[in-house]
Design a protein around this ligand. Structure first.
Ligand SMILES: Nc1ncnc2c1ncn2[C@@H]1O[C@H](COP(=O)(O)OP(=O)(O)O)[C@@H](O)[C@H]1O
Ligand SMILES: [Mg+2]
Length: 342
């Protein structure tokens, strides 16, 4: 670990990231439209949102790769525009390291990178082997990078960012398109990074990922933070439990929804699944009234259940629309997606 870099943040600021009113537009498309964000040092912060929400653009501004049109951001108290050179020493962005040289092997790439960071030859070699082992890349260690799959590259990327282990690590959709085993391994590594002192800001489209990993979550939609808090706080915002109903005749769903809202006095959602309604349930006793009202109105149900709200429902409640499932950007089609479609 680079002591000079870690020295620069000692006692400097307990916020690893502080962004106020960040804006970035491309033509007349506001990719990021007034984002505020505070990330405490030593935590995992999740930025959750669907494709095109503005996650990558936000990260690129925080990582000094893109200049904001408006607003400001500090990394450990250093301004991303005025003190960009210092900021760059304090951060790691996956995606920029592993492709040192496509014709070099995975081991060689990691060794080169370690040497660039000032490690001795023996230490660099030992570190490279250790990391390749940890990421299940030992077998492929001698192969040139150009023969690596998307998932293998991703793992090598994260391995490379572990060599330097900067105080703040940006991970842009670190597990999109990865198979479940590699995904679990990635989660472990992310936790390890934070346990050994780093701060991690990760973006994800996966609700369960944010739920599992992040200390705090910002839900981002169309360039704006639409909700912020711990996973529990976000879940609580839709009620302690939620009611799931399915009407027998899908064409009655709007009528049934009206009844749900009138009786429970809440905002409800119609799910993409035919005839399905979900609603936050603050008062369990009201459900009896609802069922009676539905019966009186002649609306028949095919399904009723009470569940703990998922982050998906939180998203639905906050934004009024669900998280559209998008295929992974990666050329590599993961087994997760294959399973989901099977
Ligand atoms: N370099 C760019 N040029 C033009 N439009 C862009 C560029 N980068 C992103 N966008 C647009 O900005 C919006 C947000 O994109 P992005 O930050 O990549 O979202 P996310 O990472 O959440 O998927 C999208 O509408 C996208 O098409
Ligand atoms: Mg993105």
């Amino acid at each position: 670990m680079n002591n000079k870099v870690w020295g620069a943040i000692k006692g400097k600021n307990e916020l690893a990231v502080e962004a106020r009113g960040l804006v970035k537009s491309f033509g007349d498309n506001y990719a990021v439209n007034g984002v505020d964000m505070s990330v405490r040092a030593g935590t995992i912060y999740g930025v959750l949102g669907p494709n095109g929400a503005g996650k990558t653009t936000t990260i690129r501004m925080l990582a000094t790769l893109l200049r904001p049109d408006a607003g400001s951001a500090q990394i450990f108290g250093y301004d991303v525009v005025k003190e960009a050179a210092i900021v760059r020493q304090l951060i790691g962005v996956t995606g920029q390291y592993a492709s040192v040289d496509e014709s070099l092997s995975a081991t060689e790439n990691l060794v080169v990178f370690s040497r660039l960071l000032g490690l001795g030859r023996q230490e660099a070699k030992r570190k490279a082997e250790e990391l390749l082992e940890e990421f299940g890349l030992s077998e492929a260690a001698k192969r040139p990078l150009k023969n690596f799959s998307g998932g293998m590259r991703r793992r090598l990327d994260l391995a490379a960012s572990l060599i330097a282990q900067p105080p703040l690590i940006f991970l842009d959709e670190p597990t999109t398109g990865l198979d479940p085993r590699t995904r679990a391994q990635m989660w472990e590594t992310i936790r390890r990074l934070v346990n050994t002192g780093s701060t991690v800001l990760l973006t994800t489209q996966y609700l369960d990922e944010a739920d599992q990993l992040a200390d705090r979550i910002a839900v981002i939609d169309r360039g704006q933070v639409v909700a912020e808090g711990t996973a529990d706080e976000l879940k609580a915002s839709v009620g302690t439990s939620s009611l799931h109903l399915r009407v027998k005749l899908p064409e009655e769903v709007n009528y049934a929804r009206q009844l749900v809202e009138n009786v429970l006095k809440v905002r409800s959602n119609i799910s993409a699944e035919a005839g399905k309604i979900t609603a936050p349930m603050a008062d369990a006793d009201r459900v009896t009234d609802l069922l009676l009202a539905l019966r009186d109105a002649g609306v028949h149900l095919s399904e009723i259940s009470v569940q703990k709200p998922t982050l998906d429902e939180v998203f639905l409640t906050i934004t009024g629309h669900g998280v559209k499932e998008q295929p992974p950007a990666e050329a590599e089609m993961s087994s997760v997606m294959k399973e989901a479609r099977a």
